[in-house]
Design a protein around this ligand. Sequence first.
Ligand code: NAD
Ligand code: DAU
Length: 363
Amino acid sequence: MTIMVTGGAGFIGTNLIITWLAQGGEPVVTLDKLTYAGNSLNLNLLPKDRHTLIVGDIGDRELVRKILTDYKPRAILNLAAETHVDRSIDGPGTFIETNVVGTFNLLEEVRRHYGALEINDAENFRFLHVSTDEVYGSLGPQDPPFTEKTAFAPNSPYSASKAASDHLVRAYHISYGLPTLTTNCSNNYGPYQFPEKLIPLMILNGLTEKPLPVYGDGQQIRDWLFVTDHARAIIEVLNKGRVGETYNIGGGAEKSNLEVIRSICTLLDQRKPIGRPHADLIEHIRDRPGHDRRYAIDSTKLSSEIGFNPQMDFETGLSTTVNWYLDNPSWVESVQSGAYRQWLDHHYGKAPLNGQEIDSLKS
Ligand code: NAD
Ligand code: DAU
């Protein structure tokens, strides 16, 4: 028996595969395009008889068909996606290509494969689609957290493309009986996260005494979940989830961006002092267009039906994450390519806000 993971060379995929194999799960075949966000080094240390990496696109139907024929996976965990909101605003095309068209092509091949399975294999087969809380849009300060019944209201090309993929997965269950499961998770953090995302970007900028760029007033709120808790939740949903259902996964750790950045600064002050507080590096810059103000997840369904609760509290998780980036300079160097530096220049090259502009954010 084998399971197939798409996007396994990315941040969550890597942590998921490591967790899966450590729990004694079946061998894994990973399909990953190795975009700028995918790193084959992440998976190099896994035992060769328990993990195979195939480099390719989820939208390549011939390749997907061959993998399904050769490996006959009993489950497919779909994590492959373009994932960075700022890049989706800068250039939405690849998001539509991978997250919408790619998911559609993958589903078509999986539907074909599922239709040809023997009864026992078909009963055990699952397609688990990993998605995001961003499909639900933005909350006001007093709004209740997102439940699985909250209406979709995506605000960025990224979240719209993920919402489209969620709808396709739902439709393939309803129309074709594909045994699907969908998870919608809040913001992850931890080892192996590409340093374009808030937490690793702040850690690495802080370490090299570069500005810490805060969008707008920094009072936007995210619900943070340590990545191995997300991995464990996905595995539990695969094992115990009801076919056709969606499950929200959250960290129960709502924090404003400034709170998170200040906590990182305190950890860096202790671990790598620079003669002044790292918080002095904080710089307010122009806000992300359409920036969602608050996300929060109601995980009641996950805890009551599946019995899953996160294990890692935010303070321990953040400290573990900072230590991981300090302890893995060669990994950090391997992901900071020319293309990465180009993105930083392109995205952060503009002047920071002046005092008057910052004051106007407060009023
Ligand atoms: P990531 O950007 O770190 O990794 C994505 C991986 O997908 C990379 O390895 C990349 O090479 C691969 N990929 C991209 N396009 C592909 C294609 N066409 N075919 C095959 N592989 C392709 O992303 P992540 O943070 O690990 O997110 C994984 C999944 O979890 C995504 O679906 C994302 O929407 C979802 N998610 C992420 C978060 C988060 O906070 N990071 C939270 C909730 C849900
Ligand atoms: O909620 C789940 C989502 O979380 C996932 O689906 C996405 O794939 C993942 O990227 C993440 O989206 P966010 O937009 O919330 O994450 P990001 O790390 O880009 O930003 C987190 C917050 O920090 C957000 O409010 C924007 C802000 N931010 C981000 C960066 C990169 C800054 O203030 N400055 C920055 O330089």
